[in-house]
Design a protein. Structure first.
Length: 404
């Protein structure tokens, strides 16, 4: 039997980035190890500390990041680039990049911008980068494989931001919480921040009561304010669950959405695929089928994390001609993946490297990078792909990286 590490975000008083990191330290993650890993990002002028505080009747850990940096706006590519070059554990880097990407997509939608045009305000500052990447490091230190989450108490009223006075939850937070259970206790305060929402909704694959597990650690992360109404803490429950497959590890379950169509225009299908991927679908594909009355049709299939299930079903009903869908949960197993930048004669290209037990099985240049360079320079796409593959092979030989 093999155990899977599970983390449960108990957001009865909301969630923020520093509350997550504080809860991880409270649960046993070594702060000095987290700091050492964070230093690999190459960010200057910051320090991190933790102290025990009381919030209501609960003792919790308050994480504080101090920085000499002024108000700094960083784009997504800058942050992802720092994570790429930091030599973090592959799963740590992947989780941090997914959180920032989801955050950028929410900001882009709220401000009607392309993701590449988004420049983070609060979350682009050093303290927010430390919160997000530090959380990813902490989860790896505590051996967390899967995540679940409670409903979110979002608070009420208004919050002052770089964009001015905004309603609670702030627009980006509300976008991040789409598909997640939320409520308001009526407390006049922003209880769920964009950073906290991004961490929880990116990592959690289900929203429910505390999942079945053998509890091994409990951590309480303190918010900055000491609320009179209730303890301003986020509780993190960490435990283990045995899996029945001996020697076999499965990734977190995902959901499958299916529907049969016999009257959908190919033009609409192409548009729908783009919308579905932007809305959080992991994969979208269609299969030719023969339907009732001998009509040729297509089986439309979407794969997604459970948090995005409701949103994607709504999208199917709005954008296709179907009148019904079906869903079910499946297990899956994926390889560890990492994006490694390589310098080619035409420009930098990211190469997606997939590993099994540390051994590289595939290394594929990112299509979008190669396409962009080929179009900008007026050269064949295949030449850019070949150059990126060649440079990666040279780089991996110099590192002595194991291959299949």
């Amino acid at each position: 039997m093999k155990s899977v590490g599970i983390a449960y975000f108990d957001c009865f008083s909301g969630i923020s980035g520093d509350m997550v990191l504080g809860a991880l330290v409270d649960a046993g993650a070594n702060l000095r190890v987290i700091e050492a890993e964070l230093r690999k990002l190459g960010l200057e002028g910051w320090s991190i500390s933790a102290e025990k505080v009381k919030r209501g009747a609960i003792s919790a850990t308050h994480l504080k990041v101090e920085t000499s940096e002024g108000h700094h706006h960083r784009g997504l590519s800058v942050i992802l680039g720092r994570i790429d070059k930091a030599s973090l554990a592959p799963r740590t880097a992947s989780r941090a990049q997914k959180i920032f990407t989801r955050l950028a997509e929410a900001e882009a939608k709220v401000h009607q911008l392309a993701v590449e045009q988004v420049h983070f305000h609060e979350v682009g500052a050093v303290d927010s980068i430390v919160d997000i990447v530090g959380a990813a490091i902490g989860f790896e230190l505590l051996g967390v494989d899967e995540f679940a989450c409670s409903a979110f108490d979002v608070g009420a009223g208004q919050v002052k931001t770089a964009h001015g006075l905004l309603p609670v939850p702030a627009p980006a937070t509300a976008e991040l919480l789409r598909g997640a259970p939320t409520y308001s206790s009526g407390i006049e305060r922003e209880l769920v921040t964009p950073t906290g929402a991004a961490i929880a909704t990116t990592l959690a694959t289900r929203y429910a009561e505390i999942p079945e597990m053998t509890l091994r650690a409990v951590g309480y992360g303190a918010g900055s304010a000491d609320l009179k109404e209730k303890a301003n803490v986020m509780r993190l429950l960490i435990g283990d669950k045995e899996i029945s497959e001996p020697g076999e590890h499965w990734d977190a379950p995902i959901s499958v959405i299916e529907t049969n169509l016999d009257d959908l225009s190919p033009q609409i299908y192409g548009y729908f695929v783009d919308r579905a991927l932007a809305a959080g679908a992991l994969e979208v594909f269609s299969t030719s089928v023969l339907m009732k009355k001998n009509r040729p049709g297509q089986l439309l299939t979407l794969l997604c994390e459970q948090a995005n299930l409701s949103r994607l079903m709504d999208l199917i009903f709005r954008e296709t001609t179907t009148i019904g869908v079906r869903t079910y949960e499946v297990r899956r197993k994926t390889l560890d993946r990492e994006l490694i930048p390589v310098a080619t004669p035409f420009g930098e290209v990211r190469v997606k490297v997939s590993r099994l037990n540390g051994t590289v099985l595939t290394a594929m240049p990112e299509y979008e990078d190669c396409q962009r360079i080929a179009a900008a320079r007026g050269i064949p796409l295949k030449e850019v792909i070949a150059a990126a593959s060649f440079e990666y092979q040279k780089q991996s030989l110099n590192r002595g990286e194991p291959k299949k």
